[in-house]
Design a protein around this ligand. Structure first.
Ligand code: PXG
Length: 287
């Protein structure tokens, strides 16, 4: 038995969840999406994800074809129909069916679908030992080209960085902006620790305003750790004491090597471990 997929305004069987080849989401990557976790059967940070979805839609002049209340209900129904307890929800809105040609306004209705499934986390071993990364040569999208704050269906910029990572036998690549400052990883936000303080690149450096990023900043401050939002260079990554990534799928994961430079003592550091633990408790409603 396959999954139940929310398509348009109802749940359908996976085998019937089909999209037209004339959908501009497919033809042009014209659309927006969200990736959301489900912990203990609850949709995690629903409000923040919906806000980002509607803002992404507004930025590309795509009307989300459902109001927030109905969309929240559709999400809930999809989670329930698949008996999802701990997993992942992918919420996608495409521009819908149009003609061959860029004009998005020939598409009458946005197409909405929701997939509730499991998510491939990094193997547990990587959380214990820490992960290696490289610096991508692919520069992050300029904010005046495709603003990185839009979670759009066009992920090619990040996919090119991901290919570099895979070619170098590491799971992730760090992307820089045109000024040479750290933007983010291909699907995660970047944090460092130096002399007891946390440093995190501002969103304006060219990242998605990660929801996990926001939570981790808040949790760190609650622990009395100073968090400084400032531009970071490749050098800053090379010489930091700790380095970690945050994201919906990854949660909090320590980085122990970048471009052959070992971070700290080559193991995830104390601040990284503390925040991973605090995040886990927060996500599971224990704090
Ligand atoms: N930057 C980028 C480019 C992302 O795509 C993040 C940062 C972290 O943001 P959140 O809000 O998740 O903390 C993301 C999120 C996937 C997948 O299927 C990707 C993300 C999240 C969930 C699943 O590859 N990226």
């Amino acid at each position: 038995m396959g999954l139940k997929i929310w398509l348009g305004d109802k749940l359908v069987d996976e085998a019937d969840a089909k999209i037209s080849v004339f959908d501009h989401g497919l033809l042009y990557g014209d659309g927006v999406f969200e990736g959301i976790r489900v912990y203990n059967g609850n949709v995690f940070e629903l409000e923040a994800h919906l806000r980002r979805l509607y803002e992404s839609g507004k930025a590309i002049r795509l009307e989300i074809p459902m109001d927030e209340t109905r969309l929240a209900d559709a999400l809930e129904q999809t989670v329930q129909a698949n008996a999802l307890v701990d997993g992942y929800v992918r919420l996608v809105v495409t521009r819908g069916i149009g003609t061959l040609g860029l004009n998005p306004f020939v598409c009458e209705n946005g197409q909405l679908f929701i997939i509730a499934d499991n998510i491939q986390l990094y193997p547990e071993e990587l959380y214990e030992k820490g992960m290696k990364v490289i610096s991508a040569t692919t520069v992050r999208n300029h904010p005046l080209a495709l603003p990185p704050q839009i979670k759009s269906l066009n992920y090619l910029n990040n996919i090119l960085a991901k290919i570099e990572a895979i070619d170098n036998d590491v799971p992730e690549a760090i992307m820089y902006n045109r000024e040479g400052y750290v933007a983010e990883a291909s699907g995660d936000n970047v944090f460092t620790v130096k002399d007891g303080a946390i440093y995190v690149p501002p969103v304006e450096a060219g990242s998605l305003g990660g929801i996990t990023r926001g939570i981790v900043i808040r949790l760190a401050r609650q622990e009395g750790i100073e968090v400084i939002e400032t531009n970071l260079t490749r050098f800053d990554l090379y010489v930091c004491d700790e380095f970690f990534l945050t994201g919906t799928a990854a949660e909090v994961i320590g980085i122990v090597e970048i471009d052959g430079r070992v971070i700290g003592d080559g193991k995830p550091g104390a601040v990284t471990k503390l925040l991973r633990e605090k995040f886990f408790k927060y996500a599971h409603g224990k704090e």
